[in-house]
Design a binder for this molecule. Structure first.
Ligand code: GLU
Length: 281
């Protein structure tokens, strides 16, 4: 018996949905409906300072306007910090995370002073400053109330996880590269989880079998695969889609106010016209 398809659309309510989101949501939704699967909606609002309730309301309205329906309740990440905390505790018990006391300025200074600074998909990698702190020094700083983030010790994590891979529908199997993003942040004081951790935990808890999302997030899959392996989660399949661009070849972004679904709708566009504009007849 084949595994039922469960996929999702996971926007962050930091602005109105634009044409790029419409394309992404329709891609996942159509796939679920075509394959008799489930289509879930997840609101990725862990950054409570940037996320707004009005944008969340707008997301639900705009998707419904576009003709997209979702199965079950909407999962709002801000209501599930305990789930991410539990996963973090497990990683902590495995000894694969460490507190990092560096400020952004500390990290920039360290990178500028280094002979060579390895880069990842999002820029220079964390130089590892706090990874080697002795336990007594760590404890002293925590006791003194120095703020810290929790980072994944990627080398230790990789050694513990062993080789891992994920299936990318358009390419086949991809070997996981645990070093690609270096020692990523998994939690901060003001945001007790990170995108990487929350997505990994949620896709597991929601039993996602197909992660459909933009190709800008393809490199992040190397971190998600590593976390899935460490935490003993099944690895879903991945379908990273291309990103829609405007007439100038630029990706749609939240700053393009005129191309939000809201603005298009206000200017008289119909859902069918918007769907057609992003390639869905
Ligand atoms: N929340 C992410 C975004 O809005 C998507 C995360 C995902 O699909 O894994 O870009």
């Amino acid at each position: 018996m084949s595994v039922p398809l469960i996929t999702r659309f996971a926007p962050s309510p930091t602005g109105y949905l634009h044409l790029g989101h419409a394309f992404s949501a329709l891609t996942a939704w159509r796939r679920a409906r075509h394959d008799g699967g489930r289509f879930l909606l997840r609101i990725e609002d862990i950054d409570i300072r940037r996320c707004k309730a009005e944008f969340e309301t707008a997301i639900l309205e705009d998707l419904a306007w576009l003709g997209i329906d979702w199965d079950g309740d909407v999962r709002r990440q801000s209501e599930h910090f305990a789930d991410y905390g539990a996963a973090l505790d497990r990683l902590q018990a495995m000894g694969v995370i460490f507190p990092c006391f560096c400020t952004r300025a500390d990290i920039a200074r360290e990178i500028a002073a280094a002979q060579s600074a390895p880069h990842g998909p999002d820029g220079p990698l964390y130089p590892g400053t706090c990874r080697a702190l002795r336990p007594a020094e760590r404890q002293a700083r925590v006791t003194a109330g120095v703020e810290f983030a929790l980072r994944l010790d990627h080398a230790k994590a990789a050694a513990m996880a062993g080789p891992y891979r994920f299936f990318e529908e358009s390419h086949g199997w991809v070997d996981g590269d645990p070093a690609l993003h270096g020692d990523v942040v998994l939690a901060r004081k003001d945001t007790p989880t990170s995108y990487h951790l929350a997505v990994t935990v949620d896709d597991h808890l929601q039993e996602t079998t197909l992660v459909s999302r933009g190709e800008d997030l393809q490199p992040a899959t190397h971190v998600h695969g590593l976390l899935q392996t460490l935490l003993g989660y099944a690895t879903p399949r991945y379908a990273h889609h291309h990103l829609l661009t405007d007439a100038q070849g630029r990706r749609y972004a939240k700053r393009d106010q005129a191309l939000t679904l809201r603005a298009l709708r206000d200017s008289g566009a119909t859902p069918a016209e918007v769907r057609r504009r992003v390639g869905f007849d």
